[in-house]
Design a protein around this ligand. Structure first.
Ligand SMILES: NC(=O)c1ccc[n+]([C@@H]2O[C@H](COP(=O)([O-])OP(=O)(O)OC[C@H]3O[C@@H](n4cnc5c(N)ncnc54)[C@H](OP(=O)(O)O)[C@@H]3O)[C@@H](O)[C@H]2O)c1
Length: 272
């Protein structure tokens, strides 16, 4: 999986922003991004339709499309319908990765069986989960076939580092990729003052970069954690793509650790 992708939450909610959102995704594709993260939940499916419009005419083989099924749809009676509807809105014949959006009440064994049936029929290439903490992952691993899960998408940014304590090591040990959502803390909205922080600003200046770019470079610093920032303009998309080329030095990382330390005791997983 590429380490930088494009988030899409809130796209297609405001008609006045539609052209800019489509232009942003096309800019990302032109600049070499291939991963697009979306969900049936976003704008009640309209976000997937917008993504479908943005990728029309693009070589499908060069794309890595991720979508998510809502927990209430993740059972025998609905999951195939959900997946087929996502494919139709996106205008593609398969998803590269299909995620259970958050833990729900459908038994995991049933969700896993549905994922495997979609995979066997070629509707999805691989499947994973989202917002799963360590105990959720352990429960998944106890289900037959549960260890076929390839990714867990979780909230992770410089001011929300709880996932580093036990979840990330567990996922590394079990070969489950971490996809970091809200890597920009929603443009700083989730972390008051983050974008104006002095330490972050100083490191940004040294790299001739913006604080947002440093936030992304920090998430991708192990070259394995996948960042999926949402950019609603081509300019933000360009900045985000450039961030993949920023290499933080050991002293940058040490300064960020001092300013934004990971918690010393594992907190419950943050999620939206
Ligand atoms: N699995 C889940 O439960 C879950 C939950 C939340 C999110 N997600 C996924 O993760 C993606 C990312 O999370 P998110 O969209 O909530 O938050 P985010 O990516 O952390 O932040 C998006 C915000 O940052 C701004 N931004 C983007 N690039 C910027 C730049 N270079 N400089 C300054 N601001 C910039 C955007 O503004 P503009 O729009 O003006 O560019 C937008 O307001 C989502 O879009 C979605 O695909 C998944």
């Amino acid at each position: 999986m590429p380490v930088l992708g494009m988030g899409t939450w809130h796209m297609a909610e405001n008609p006045a922003l539609r052209d800019s959102e489509i232009a942003a995704i096309r800019e990302g594709l032109d600049l070499g991004l291939t991963l697009i993260d979306t969900a049936e939940l976003y704008a009640d499916g309209a976000t997937e339709t917008l993504v479908g419009e943005a990728i029309r005419g693009v070589d499908r083989d060069g794309l890595f499309i991720v979508s998510k099924v809502m927990p209430s749809h993740a059972g025998r009676s609905h999951m195939r319908k959900s997946c087929e509807a996502s494919l139709k809105r996106l205008g593609v014949d398969h998803l590269d990765l299909y995620l259970l959006h958050w833990p729900g009440s459908v038994p995991l064994a049933e969700t896993v069986a549905c994922m495997e049936s979609l995979r066997a029929d070629g509707l999805i290439r691989q499947w994973g989960v989202s917002n799963f903490d360590v105990d959720d992952m352990e429960q998944l691993w106890r289900v037959p076939g549960g260890d076929a899960c390839v990714a867990n998408q979780v909230l992770y940014h410089l001011e929300s580092r709880g996932a580093e304590l036990a979840l990330k090591p567990w996922m590394d040990a079990h070969n489950v990729a971490m996809m970091a959502y809200c890597p920009l803390a929603q443009g700083g909205r989730l972390a008051y003052g983050l974008m104006n922080d002095g330490t972050l600003g100083e490191i940004a200046r040294r790299h001739h970069a913006t604080p947002a770019q440093i936030l992304l470079a920090w998430v991708m610093r192990d070259s394995r954690t996948v960042a999926i920032p949402k950019a609603g303009t081509p300019e933000h998309m360009r900045l985000n793509v450039e961030a993949a080329g920023i290499e933080l030095t050991p002293s940058d990382l040490a300064a960020l650790d001092r300013r934004f330390p990971a918690p010393s005791v594992k907190p419950p997983l943050d999620w939206l």
